[in-house]
Design a protein around this ligand. Structure first.
Ligand code: CA
Length: 232
């Protein structure tokens, strides 16, 4: 198996050092950056398999770094947030982070989360060899096997989680799911988030799929209950 590269963007050297030490011990190749600008530059040049991204960073904060990485890349981003930054978790997810972990965290938990996120990416790269299984929904063509979505023939850049949510709903057309059900079915046991995560992911999906995200035609809200997918 090829060596996986992890980029740590964290300005506190003591934290960065201990993470680096533990990840290296696990067999990862580790790069470090100590401010947001350096982190962004390395994220785009070294093509990491996963990024650990602190929120409070000099020069450019973690949110902006996350947003800028997402303009060109779907690399898994695991955000490191402080305990009191509850609001920030939602903002991080909104900007396209895949997961977050709250400081202080144990190394064992961090490594488990890194591996879980990488397994998900390996799973996606294996999908490229799968036979196509395209289903058409209005202007959308969703390849349920290869995790690809096209709108009017143009490929859309979805994160894995966004695709998994879309697939789950599209395969169960017109059936309404509560946010709690979706969190359990789509995010699963690996996830420690709250139900706002579902709203944030739906919002991001709508921005990508819909002509007008404030007047959705695919992913619908059932007020007071949850969400469902319908054919426009
Ligand atoms: Ca920091």
């Amino acid at each position: 198996m090829e060596t996986k590269k992890v980029l740590i963007i964290e300005d506190e050297k003591s934290i960065s050092d201990i993470i680096k030490f533990n990840l290296a011990k696990e067999g990862f190749q580790v790069e470090t950056a100590y401010d947001g600008q350096e982190g962004l530059t390395k994220a785009l040049s070294m093509n990491p398999d996963l990024i650990l991204l602190d929120v409070m960073l000099p020069i450019m904060d973690g949110f902006l770094v996350c947003k800028k990485i997402r303009e060109t890349s779907t690399v898994p981003i695991l955000m490191l947030t402080a305990k009191e930054e509850e609001v920030d978790k939602v903002l991080g997810l909104e900007l396209g982070a895949d997961d977050y972990i709250t400081k202080p965290f144990g190394m064992r938990e961090l490594i488990a989360r890194i591996k879980a996120n990488m397994r998900r990416m390996d799973f996606v790269s294996d999908l490229q060899d799968a036979p196509a299984n395209v289903q058409e929904f209005g202007n959308l063509a969703i390849d349920l096997n290869r995790y690809e979505v096209r709108k009017n023939e143009v490929p859309l850049e979805l994160t894995l989680r966004e695709f998994e949510l879309l697939k789950y709903l599209a395969e169960r057309e017109n059936k309404v799911f509560s946010r709690e059900q979706l969190l359990e079915e789509v995010w699963g046991y690996e996830y420690y988030g709250d139900i706002r995560t579902v709203d944030v992911t739906v919002r991001r999906l709508r921005e990508k799929l819909e002509d007008d995200s404030s007047d959705p035609k695919y992913i619908m809200t059932k007020r007071g209950i949850g969400y469902y997918f319908r054919r426009p």
